[in-house]
Structures are given as C-alpha cells and as structure tokens.
Design a protein around this ligand. Structure first.
Ligand code: ZN
Length: 507
C-alpha cells in the first residue's frame, strides 16, 4: 500500500461523501441474534473468535487448518449499494482435530454453511463465523466448507476496507485486515492459497480478478467471468473489479501478458501512463530478478481512495494520481514502481505476521526511491535517506520502531501504515547496504526472493539470510535498527543527525 501525501485531505473528503446508514449495524445485530439461537442449539461452550496470534491483529486468521484454495462466486446486481449474492467454497487440510471451524467474516448475511456437503450449524462471534460440523473433523483431513452469503459493499461505520465503491461499480482494497469484510476466509498472510473467482454481472459490465481469465460465459442478460491464479495469494491481496471497463492488453518482458483495467471513458487520457509498465517491469527485473507472476497490470478506479494498493497481478490506483497535473512525471512513475515492487516484496514473498510489514513497505519504498533517482527526481536516494534519518526518531516515537510497529489506533484509518514502515524502513535497508556493501545487498535481495517465492517469511528469516550472505552475524545490527526507540548511527555517515521539526520544515 502507499498512502500519498494527498491522502489525508482526500480521506476526509471521501468521508463526507460516503453514505452512512444504520443498515449495516442493523445487519450485524440481526446476525448476532441468529448467532445466539444457533449457539443454544449447539451444545458446549459459546463460540468465540479465534486468531493466529498476530501481535497487531489478535483475531485475524484461525488455527487448526490450512486453506489450499478459495472459490468465490459473486453475483453483482448492477447497483453498488446492494449486497452481492455469494458462494464461497474453501478447500483445505485440518492441522488439528476440529469440533468447530472458525472463519473470519464480518460484513454479510450468512444463509447456509456446508462442511463436506453436509449442512452445518453456524454462529457469529466477534468478526468470526464459527461453524460446527455434524461430526468433528479429524486432524490431517481434507475438508470443504461451502458458505452461502451476501457481501455488503457499503462500509460499516468506522470500518473501511473490503469493497471499494467506484463511479461505475466496485473494486477491492483488503489490506491489511478487510478481506473478511468481503468473503469468509482465513484472513492472514501466513495462510496463502489459490483463488478462483467467478463474477456474474449484467451485460455491459466487465469483471476482472487476480490471475488469468479461464472462461467468459454469456447467458441471457448476464455474463459470468472466471479468473484463476497460478500462484498462491494472501487474502489481503485479492482483487475483483466490476465496472464499465476497458481491458487493455500489451506485452511485457519476455512475452509477459500485461493487462490494464480502466474506465472505458478514460482510456485515452490514461494511455501515456499505462504504456510505461513494460519498461518498469524490465527495470525491476534488472534489479531483483524475474517477475514472479503470470501477468501484471494497472487497475484504475474512478474513486477517491487516498492510497494505491498492490493487489496481486493487478495493482489498484486511484484515477486522480494520473489526472492531477500538479504531480511531476517522475513522482507518478515512482508510485507505479512502488506497487510493482510489491509484487516481489509483499506478494510473492508475504509477511509471516503484520509486524513484518517493514519488509513489504521498506522494499517497495526502496525501489520507488531508486527509480525516482534514476528518473531524475529532485532528490537522490542518499538525500532522501538523509532526510529520513533526520525524521526517523520522531517516526519511531509516533509509530514504533520499524520492526515492532504500534497497533492501529481505533478510529484512525491510517492503521499500521505509518512513516516508520515506509521511509523509516527503507532507511534500515540503506543502513544495511552501507554496512554489508552493494554487492552483498544485491545478492541478499535476489536470494530472499528465490528462497521464499510463493510463501510467507519473517523478519527473523531476513536477518538470518542477511547474515549468511554477508558471512557474519548481523543480529545485533538488526536488533538496534529494527527495535530501538532511537535510530542508531548511520554506518559511513556519522555526521547524520536527527533533525528538529522546525529545521526540517525550513529545508
Ligand atoms: Zn506499499
């Protein structure tokens, strides 16, 4: 994700425009009421929300199973304020004996649940859908859970994310903890899975999802579009775009299919930006190695988000980034590269927990800054890092050190996406490069991506690999840089100092 400098003002603006109704709260209490009655029928302890122990989001994800694949079937009415009808089918393995199966799901009405084809009881607890199968599932068993539900595209009050309503339909923005506002899932990047997405929409709409199209089936007044991923994906990176869209195809390096999805009426004005993508992919490949997925492209949403998001194989951008004349060309391009870089850092290699977010955003910011420097931005990478050093202590105070970010504050939409994990974390990578040298740093980046491709990896994994590549233990170096309250001295730049806000503003 990248929050732009324009984010705050736009977010405030978006708030006043977004309709808020009591409807979703009513829905939640209706679910709660049905939960109570189901709970009384199912004997035993009351259903409780579970999690996988993420320090920042204690109730995200669920123990006891490993999802292999999701099949999402969504039916869109043509009205983006009406709930979509949906069937979510989850195939996976149990990793423990399960009396109950917890899924994360919080913003739709559940109509029925089946486990291995048999009707199962269900209840809601917190943001979990708690399912009680007729018989407990043994450990190591293959299971299929089918949930018929609605998916509400209108945000609940104070709970943004999930569906994003655009001028002509819908898109998705699930990072970090909002995929389960769209569909029932194990909503944590430590459990990646394959995805098939089927969208049925009235003729005249175009639906696009992660991965490649496998089928388009027109029947009467509606068309069903099917997409499948060729690589596992975290739920936070799912993307479904439904709109009056044009799908523009071009070729990337060594035949990679590049596919952009834009509002049909804006295709000409966007084309000068879109045609830059193949060269940007080639540039990233020259730095870190082959592009990790089956396709890439830019999804332009006609709405105000205040952020861009690296949804897998199809990054989400708000239209204003490309149409606001005040942004210099290098700036817009560097933001495109930020989201592109996430396809390697964050998507192909996912964070094991959300405290590892600095690995996502630090790397995306690093390549964004490097690209900007090569595109003749006003500042070199080193100048940008020196400025970051000046602000770093304040960022650590506000958001925690990069390796231990503070939890999201309630009511604050910025969540865990603060400066400490962007330029504050790129600064850690800069310090690392100064410490181990450019050659070792480059080898570390490439080895990291090949070692953990299509998987999730942790900060400890990165620290260990960096030590192996450098040929010496870097534990103490990372301990200070990732977890100290104050920023350590910059290797090779003892003259860099924290800067008071007034001085910085005057620069
Ligand atoms: Zn980002």
């Amino acid at each position: 994700m990248l929050l732009s400098p324009r984010a705050q003002a736009h977010r405030d603006g978006a708030d006043t425009r977004r309709p808020r109704t009591a409807r979703s709260r009513g829905l939640a209490s209706a679910l709660l009421a049905s939960a109570v009655s189901v709970c009384l029928v199912a004997a035993g302890a009351p259903p409780t929300p579970l999690g996988v122990g993420d320090r920042l989001f204690p109730h995200l994800g669920n123990p006891g199973y490993d999802v292999a694949s999701y099949d999402l079937a969504l039916t869109y009415s043509g009205n983006n304020t009406k709930p979509l009808q949906a069937v979510t089918t989850i195939d996976g393995w149990t990793t423990a004996t399960l009396d109950r199966i917890n899924l994360d799901f919080a913003h739709g009405d559940v109509q029925s649940v089946e486990v291995d084809g048999e009707a199962a009881d269900f209840a809601t607890a917190g943001e979990d859908l708690v399912i009680t199968p007729a018989d407990p599932l043994p450990r190591g068993d293959w299971m299929r859970v089918t949930v018929r539900h609605t998916s509400d595209p209108v945000s609940a009050e104070g709970r943004d994310g999930g569906w994003l309503r655009t001028a002509d339909g819908l898109a998705m923005a699930n990072q970090a903890d909002a995929a389960h506002l769209v569909f029932p899932c194990n909503d944590h990047p430590s459990d990646k899975a394959m995805f098939t997405v089927r969208v049925t929409a009235p003729n005249g709409y175009t639906a696009v999802a992660n991965g490649l199209p496998t089928d388009v089936d027109r029947a009467g007044r509606a068309t069903t579009w099917t997409y499948r991923t060729l690589h596992p994906m975290a739920t936070e990176l799912a993307q479904v775009s439904i709109g009056r869209s044009a799908v523009l195809r071009r070729e990337g390096p060594h035949g990679l299919p590049v596919r952009d999805v834009v509002p049909t009426k804006d295709r000409e004005v966007l084309e000068p930006w879109l045609k830059k993508t193949p060269d940007q992919i080639a540039w990233m490949e020259s730095k870190v190695g082959p592009y990790p997925f089956e396709t890439y492209g830019v999804l332009v949403a006609d709405t105000v988000t205040g952020f861009e998001l690296e949804t897998q194989t199809l990054s989400l951008f708000e239209k204003g980034l490309f149409t606001e004349p005040a942004y210099p060309e290098w700036y817009v391009e560097s933001i495109m590269v930020h989201e592109l870089a996430h396809q390697w850092f964050g998507n192909s290699v996912s964070p094991r927990t959300w405290s590892d977010l600095w690995l996502n955003e630090g790397h995306a910011t690093w390549y964004e800054a490097l690209y900007a420097q090569e595109r003749k931005a006003e500042r070199t990478l080193e100048a940008r890092m020196k400025a970051a050093y000046g602000a770093s202590d304040r960022w650590r105070t506000a958001g925690g050190p990069p390796g231990a970010p503070k939890p999201p504050a309630s009511g604050q939409k910025i969540g865990i996406f603060r400066a400490n994990v962007y330029d504050g974390a790129a600064l850690v990578l800069f310090a690392l490069r100064e410490e181990i040298g450019e050659e070792a740093f480059d080898r570390l980046e490439r080895t990291w991506l090949t070692d953990h491709r299509d998987a999730s990896a942790s900060t400890a994994d990165f620290v260990r690999l960096a030590g192996q590549v450098a040929g010496r233990d870097l534990g103490s170096f990372f301990q200070h840089w990732l977890y100290d309250e104050k920023t350590p001295p910059m290797p090779g730049h003892p003259e860099w100092k924290p800067v008071a806000p007034a001085v910085e503003a005057a620069e």
